[in-house]
Every structure is written in C-alpha cells, then in structure tokens.
Design a protein around this ligand. Sequence first.
Ligand SMILES: C[S@@+](CC[C@H](N)C(=O)[O-])C[C@H]1O[C@@H](n2cnc3c(N)ncnc32)[C@H](O)[C@@H]1O
Length: 262
Amino acid sequence: MRPTQFFTESSSPQFTRVARVYDDLMAGISYGLWLCYIKELWRARALAPDSVLDVACGTGNVTYRLAAEGYETWGVDYSQPMIDIARSKLPAYRGRGPAPQFECQNAAAISLPRNFDAAVSLFDSLNYILDEEDLKRAFAAVARHLNPGGVFMFDVNTVFALSHRFFDQDNLSSQRFPLYRWVSHWDPETRLCTIEMDFRTLGENGIEDFHETHYQRGYTTLQLRQGLEQAGLTDVEFLHAFTTRPPSGRSDRIYVISRKPR
Ligand SMILES: C[S@@+](CC[C@H](N)C(=O)[O-])C[C@H]1O[C@@H](n2cnc3c(N)ncnc32)[C@H](O)[C@@H]1O
C-alpha cells in the first residue's frame, strides 16, 4: 500500500465519486451561519439583492438555502456528479421558494441567459482553479453576469492555510461513514497544494473505498485584487473570514468582496 493511498489503490477524478458522500462530509458545516454572514455583509453595504449566482455550487447547499429565503438562484459547477446531486434535491425542495436552476459549467466560461444582483462562491471553490489566467476568466465571466452595482463575494483558503497543511485531516476514530484520511503536500514554488484523499463508505454492495487527488492553488491578495480589477470589478475588500476585520498573515480563510460599477 502506498502511503498516499490508505484504503484503496484506485483513483477517480476530483469531485466525481466524492459527490455521493459530499453532503455527509459537510454535515457539520454551518452553511446557515455562512449565509447570515454574507447577508450581513450585503446589509452593511446597503445591498439588497434579489437574485444570486452561486459559482462552483457543488451539491447546491448554499443555492438551496438562498432560494428558500426568496432569492432567485442559479448554481453552476463543472462537476456533473455534483450538479446531478444538486438537481436531485429539487423534488424535496419544491414549494419552499423560487426553484434554483443548475448548470454544469466551468467557472471560467459561464454562459447563462440572465444576469444577477449578486454572485457568491463559497468553501474555497476558487482555489480549485489552478491557472491564474483561468481565474481571471472566471472573474470576467462573473462580472459579465452581474447587473450594474452587483456584488461578488467569495472565500479562499490562504497561502498560510495551504502551506501549513490545514488539509491534513482524518476521522478514522469516528464510528460513522464516510471515513476519510487526507494528506496534503505543499509546493512553495508553484503555490500548489496536492491533497491525497482516501475515503471508505458504505455503498449498496457493502464497504466501498475510493481515492481522489484534489489540487488547490494559493493566491495572494495582490493576485486576487489585480484579477478582479482586470475583470472590471472595483471596491475590492478583504476580510478575515466571518469577521469584519482585515486579514492578518495568519488568516486561514479570507472573504473577498468586489463590485460591478453602476
Ligand atoms: C469544496 S466544493 C464547494 C461546493 C459548494 N460551493 C459548497 O459550499 O458546498 C468545491 C466545488 O468547486 C467546483 N469547482 C472546482 N473548480 C471549478 C471550476 N473551474 N468551475 C466550476 N466549478 C468548479 C467543484 O466541482 C466542487 O463542487
């Protein structure tokens, strides 16, 4: 057994097999609190969006919560299995608010038939864009899909977090599936974090093991600011996540806010 593959030798592309266990993995995540934080940031800037684009929406956890509060929402994600899970939640959701729409699209090439008052991208999704030019294309695509005065908010894992191996995690002492063990490697030259992820879950045929290798790039605030400004977005702000303070050199996650001029 190679040390990087704990349970299994076979590997799948990122966000394919993990889609089925994603919501179980996220069971302890406070999506509701994230939404309160985002709405507070909107309110503090006198913004009252009616429509929200959720970029890299995954299984739609943020999209559905926004929709249930009355926002018109679309979610885009480049993983078809994640989008399939998001869409599969529609029947249980119906009647709770405007129905979200989901499209399988790359953030760097979003093409939708409408614009939005706000866009969000949560849970370090944009760190998964490894090429800085693609990140700039994603910013430009978001900018194209915002109404004048619209706001874009996203969070990223910082270089500090990725280089301090915040991804090295496991729950092997847990009694609940899915079990996981993640081991990360940081390359300071490329600022690329490679995360070897092993999972053990209970499937239809008993215990199932799988492996995914995930890649995240660490971006500096300078790179993010320049990319956003090149895309025509202005008033760029950085916050230590879930606070209204600017980030410090030890911030592990930051929120980034920018605006499309009126
Ligand atoms: C950690 S998950 C977060 C999902 C969701 N935002 C949430 O908060 O649960 C990261 C997501 O980013 C998506 N993703 C990564 N790169 C992408 C890209 N270039 N375009 C669209 N989605 C992307 C993945 O497929 C995955 O669903």
